[in-house]
Design a protein around this ligand. Structure first.
Ligand code: HEM
Length: 512
């Protein structure tokens, strides 16, 4: 009888000690260690950390619209903005019991990102994050990452990019065909570019078309929203292990659905080889993945789970990012007619009324400046989270194990020290003499595609796609902003226009 009472009491006591150790003692120890080195921040609160404050601040700004030349930082990351102003460029806050060290000093940012292969690896994903893109290139580590990265690099090497250009052009032509007869009417371009970028990545990486990937994009879009709204949710100890939230259940269901859809596309490609309709899996991304999946050498072989994860990663990363970039560029060109005209002149000078080609694309200097300035102000990603797994030195700081680091690109891209008092204004001329000159040779003042070994594998492809699409639009249309447009950028993993971007297109009268 005594044992019956004693056993649960012991269990309860041990669980309580563990809870207090993990959720009180360790966070307070970390807080003390960082505070004593001059890193301050909002105080840790038991179990929740600062999540309640973060959620409240995010809700408060949700309905607020911002001016076109206002600072976006308080709208997009209100908690980080507030605490940067209060505690300085480097500070610590608490996502539950996990310390998040925000850094926006360029030297520290550079040190973290350049060493993200070994020391500062990717932040561990939540259960929902794992269902979304876990096991894919963006989040894996070590040898597995090196193997997958090699495949991805191969997908985007010089000759492959050349072969992809006609598919990009054909996709843009499909979009432009739809625009015929819409002259003088309002068009919502964020949605238009959503279809375009979906079509482009489907054709170039998977040799299929948007219709085939349509459902995958729709599911990924749902998973993006679920992942985004769970970023600052507290996981209650024990309960979160025993009980699955509605969002986790939903993401499990969606993840299974994506797997089935991807498998259909994979099977179709495999069947072509099995049935003798093709003699190889081809050399696009899907083909490379399939070759690796069937590799006879176990060391090089890719598991089915990894193959599906990489397909999801490419569908997501290849679409969402360029979608935003194109939309924000069109917004700025609609507002800044002078830059629109300069960009059009350049396009006409290089291509006339012919379709773009790779040699000409490399010469589009004005457009490169416009892309850079748009990425500086409206880059799709706001921070590049990393984890500290063991005690480590960062600059003069000694960091404890088991914390996260957030190198803050939005802070650096909008730092007056580098960009001057007109930091929030769209001024592509900043980049007239290249990125190094614009940043006064400070590498980590501008890194829209990341830095170091984990930087974007699709950068060149993204830039080519953007330049081709914009060149072909400018050859045909003059863009003005519709009075219906409401400026409200919101972060749903990438930075998006909450109410879309409405513009009016008129045929251009440029003489080639
Ligand atoms: C405007 C377009 C894009 C921007 C601004 C962008 C930005 C980024 C950034 C900042 C990173 C680094 C993340 C980190 O360090 O944590 C990254 C990584 C990555 N990007 Fe992009 N990206 C773009 C387009 C693309 C495209 C078109 C693809 C693929 C088709 C792609 C695939 C990837 C992948 C797979 C990684 C992970 C690389 C690794 O960890 O080895 N991205 N991207």
């Amino acid at each position: 009888m005594k044992l019956l009472i004693l056993a649960p009491c012991c269990f309860f006591f041990i669980a309580l000690i563990k809870l207090l150790y993990d959720y009180l003692w360790i966070p307070l120890l970390i807080q003390h260690m960082l505070n004593s080195q001059g890193i301050r921040g909002p105080p840790y609160r038991f179990i929740h950390g600062n999540n309640k404050e973060v959620t409240k601040m995010k809700q408060n700004v949700l309905s607020k619209s911002v001016g076109l030349t206002d600072d976006l930082f308080p709208k997009v990351q209100p908690h980080i903005y507030t605490w940067t102003n209060r505690y300085g460029k480097n500070f610590v806050y608490w996502n539950g019991a996990r310390a998040e060290l925000v850094i926006s000093e360029p030297e520290l940012v550079k040190e973290v990102l350049k060493n993200s292969e070994q020391i500062f690896q990717k932040k561990k994903l939540s259960d929902i994050g794992r269902k979304f893109l876990g096991n894919g290139l963006i989040f894996i580590e070590g040898e597995k990452w090196a193997k997958h990265r090699k495949l991805a690099n191969h997908t985007f090497h010089g000759e492959s990019l050349k072969n992809m250009t006609p598919a990009i052009i054909a996709s843009v032509e499909t979009m432009l065909e739809k625009w015929k007869g819409q002259e003088g009417k309002e068009i919502e371009v964020y949605q238009e570019f959503r279809l375009l970028t979906s079509e482009v990545i489907s054709r170039t990486a998977f040799g299929s078309n948007y219709m085939e990937g349509e459902k995958i994009f729709a599911i990924l879009s749902k998973l993006t929203v679920i992942t985004s709204r769970n970023l600052s949710k507290t996981r209650i100890p024990l309960i979160s292990k025993l009980w699955k939230s509605a969002d986790l259940l939903e993401s499990e269901k969606l993840s299974k659905e994506i797997k089935d859809r991807v498998m259909k596309i994979v099977k179709k490609r495999e069947d072509k080889v099995v049935n003798g309709e093709a003699n190889s899996f081809r050399s696009d991304f899907l083909g490379l993945l399939l070759n690796a999946y069937h590799d006879s050498d176990e060391k090089n072989r890719l598991s089915l789970e990894d193959l599906v994860a990489e397909c999801k990663t490419f569908y997501f990363a290849g679409q969402e990012t360029v979608n935003s970039l194109l939309a924000w560029m069109v917004l700025h060109l609609a507002i800044h007619g002078d830059w629109q005209e300069k960009a059009r002149r350049e396009v006409i000078d290089i291509f006339g009324n012919q379709n773009p080609h790779l040699e000409g694309i490399a010469k589009l200097k004005i457009m490169t400046m416009i892309i850079n300035e748009t990425l500086r102000l409206y880059g799709p990603s706001n921070s590049l989270p990393r984890a500290v797994t063991r005690e480590v030195q960062l600059g003069k700081l000694l960091l404890p194990a088991n914390i996260d680091i957030l190198p803050l690109n939005i802070g650096l891209h909008r730092d007056r020290h580098f960009w001057g008092d007109d930091v929030h204004h769209f001024k592509p001329e900043r980049f007239a003499e290249g990125i190094a000159k614009a940043t006064n040779y400070t590498t980590a003042a501008f890194f829209p595609f990341g830095l170091g070994p984990r930087s974007c594998v699709g950068m060149t492809f993204a830039i080519i796609e953007t330049k081709v699409a914009l060149s072909m639009i400018l050859q045909r249309y003059t863009i003005t902003l519709s009075p219906a447009y409401v400026h409200s950028p919101i972060p749903i993993l990438t930075l998006r226009p909450q109410h879309g971007i409405q513009v009016i297109l008129e045929p251009t009268h440029s003489n080639a």
